[in-house]
Design a binder for this molecule. Sequence first.
Ligand code: COA
Length: 379
Amino acid sequence: MTTSATGGAGLEGVVATSSKLCYLDGQRGVLAYCGHDIHDLASQATFEEVCYLLWHRRLPTRAELGDLQTEFARARQLPAGVVRLMRSLPPGHAMDAVRTLVSGLAHYDPDAGDDSAGTALRKSVRLTAQIGTLVATLGRLSSGGGQIEPDPVLSHAGNFLYLLTGERPGGLATRAFDVALTLHADHELNASTFAARVAAATLTDLHSTVVAGVATLKGPLHGGANAEVMKMLLAIGEDADDDRVETTIRGMLARKQKVPGFGHRVYRTEDPRATHLRQMSSDLGEQAGNLRWFEMSQRIEAVMREETGIAANVDFYSASTYYTLGIAVDLFTPIFVVSRVAGWTAHVLEQYANNRLIRPRAEYTGPEYPQTFLPLDRR
Ligand SMILES: CC(C)(COP(=O)(O)OP(=O)(O)OC[C@H]1O[C@@H](n2cnc3c(N)ncnc32)[C@H](O)[C@@H]1OP(=O)(O)O)[C@@H](O)C(=O)NCCC(=O)NCCS
């Protein structure tokens, strides 16, 4: 048997599948969902429109959007069994709870046990609606609040903030959160989407593919980075002066530590998502009367530009954006799930529709073959 490696470490530059969902040009800093530029979507569309776009590969008409909003409103409530499961989990990493609870939702889906292609879209819509409630309720319960019922009048973003805080959010907060959801919804063959597609290619059920996505997103090199950014900002301290900020970052670089929120496998220019989140962080900081996290982030960005030329990614300014919205750090990566579930499920639907098992090869680098087998008493 002979094998040959087709890519460098981490499959860099390897084209592993074709997809009609996400156009990504890392040289020019272009990101588009089904041909629609992310800047247009972030400034003009809602997350619900983006979900429809990803699932149907075209923007919805007003009537189609209305139908999706109604479906979301119907599906948003969590099954009582999942809330019981949530309350029974020991305290710990919120992403662990999300992973378990998404798996839990599978048992209560009205189409559970029916893995036919026809049910996959219905499950995608329900799961996307439920995950928002799930993450917000998880955050609310862990901060000592009581469970709140979703409000059918509010948008997906509005519901999330309402279910988390118990207060109906203002226009800027809702818009900022909605834009964050749009920006995180899909990103071509990132690690978690690849994991979801590999799972889908075995023809496992839709909930299992999303569990694979959640488990992969959790890692600090992927979705976990937004929480790491905020931990870094908090460790530097709100009262730190610019010198302290700069010394901390230069020290990390000297120790060859990765600065969270910077760098990307694909982008060689600024991540176009960071452009919007930087603005959100600034707008929200201004409204809250506290621009310190935004200013500190800007200082870090300047040091990184000067020292390494490495640009901020989506996670960098989402950290200060969420923090200024009053969201606990432990919930940052779960919020990524609230959005990315739309992209994962769109990719899974695409995989189901034109499937072949994904089963690559590995270049063997182990002991020479054949080895002499020594019986146990002679080793
Ligand atoms: C995103 C990431 C995993 C991409 O990894 P990758 O494509 O494998 O790139 P590498 O880790 O090989 O980095 C290439 C070079 O840039 C440097 N680099 C990359 N990201 C860096 C960062 N955040 N801080 C400091 N240096 C960084 C590496 O040290 C490496 O330098 P070297 O060639 O001198 O060794 C990586 O940039 C990273 O770990 N970033 C921080 C975590 C993060 O924000 N993740 C979210 C991504 S959206």
